[in-house]
Design a protein around this ligand. Structure first.
Ligand SMILES: Cc1cc2nc3c(=O)[nH]c(=O)nc-3n(C[C@H](O)[C@H](O)[C@H](O)COP(=O)(O)O)c2cc1C
Length: 317
């Protein structure tokens, strides 16, 4: 079980990302120094309905601990039942509630960031989940639905309901991913609560992590897109930046691919392509101009088997 109050500062966490922060990627991040990982959201309704596919998404490897499982939904009873099912079956170190997702298919059911429009309901969910499980219950949210000041009252509701940690992505739902994360506003929210706060949004380096934490008076940072294709970022944020050689990059890609295939079966290479696109970004051209990266990337997005991947990786040196 995680104790957010005593966890060493700064807290540095991998963000929950649908279709990305699954068992293989969380394990890779953990092995490369991520102190805490948040697993991608799972639907509370599907868990309660008994969907094996959804429930299995919450299965993890002991080496991933401390691991936080995120759930989404808007019915306090269903959310609490789902949290209990996940806790009883897998024993994660914490349960996180998604109150930040802006996707249409989520907010149209009043899930995710839509809960910011109804703070009493959001509080009811936290309370119900808290009563159902023995591990700490945290919330990941945004600055607001349309107003970036909604968060200032919202954190009070979450704290009073018994949340143990709040992660705030410094954008509103209406902003989606546009513009810049407003870490100063996260800092204003931080001053309204005695709970630990993690700042999230646009943190991609040691410098941005330091800046975000200072502006938000935060207890830590959460990294999403900055960790995709760059699981070495946790070491950097924790103060040990180092150059990642091409050999090391290829070795980690190989290990990640093997874990991914072991988890999803032989057809898993197709769903691994999205990670390959992240590991081999255009910027590598500056570092290794002698390699034909455009050609390698074209092949990587079509790869079907581990043998094909191995053959392409041999050319990346
Ligand atoms: C592909 C993708 C999937 C995401 N899925 C989730 C999710 O399941 N739950 C959640 O709370 N946020 C989700 N997010 C939002 C991220 O956790 C994070 O808040 C956002 O990307 C901003 O942080 P960043 O700038 O470090 O990426 C997702 C983001 C991306 C890019």
């Amino acid at each position: 079980m995680i104790d957010w109050k005593t966890l060493p500062r700064p807290i540095v966490a991998l963000a929950p990302m649908a279709d990305m922060t699954d068992l293989p990627f969380c394990l890779i991040c953990k092995q490369l120094g991520a102190p805490v990982v948040f697993r991608e959201m799972v639907s509370s309704e599907a868990v309660v309905r008994g969907s094996v596919k959804t429930i299995e998404m919450a299965r993890f490897d002991e080496r991933e601990r401390p691991i936080i499982q995120q759930i989404f939904g808007s019915d306090p009873k269903i959310m609490s039942e789902a949290a209990k099912i996940v806790e009883d079956k897998f024993h994660p170190d914490g349960i996180d509630i998604n109150m930040g997702c802006p996707a249409y298919k989520i907010v149209s059911n009043f899930d995710g960031s839509a809960l910011m429009k109804d703070p009493p309901r959001a509080a009811e969910i936290v309370k119900a989940v808290r009563e159902a499980v023995s591990v700490p219950v945290s919330v990941k949210t945004r600055l607001g639905w349309s107003k970036d000041t909604d968060i200032l009252d919202f954190v009070r509701y979450l704290e009073d309901a018994g949340a143990s940690l709040i992660t705030i992505h410094g954008r509103t739902k209406e902003q989606g991913y546009a513009g810049h994360a407003n870490w100063d506003r996260v800092g204003e929210a931080r001053l309204r609560t005695s709970l630990p706060v993690i700042v999230n949004g646009d943190i991609t380096s040691y410098a941005t992590a330091q800046d975000a934490m200072a502006r938000a008076h935060a207890d830590g940072v959460m990294l999403g897109r900055g960790a995709l294709g760059n699981p070495w970022i946790f070491e950097e944020i924790l103060g040990s930046p180092r150059t990642v050689s091409l050999e090391e990059r290829v070795a980690v890609v190989r290990e990640h691919a093997q874990l991914h295939l072991a988890h999803y079966g032989d057809r898993g290479m197709v769903t691994f392509r999205k990670h390959l696109a992240c590991y081999f970004k255009k910027e590598l051209k500056q570092e290794y101009p002698h390699i034909d990266w455009a050609d390698i990337r074209t092949q990587l997005v079509r790869v079907n088997t581990i043998e094909e991947l191995e053959a392409i990786l041999l050319r990346a040196r």
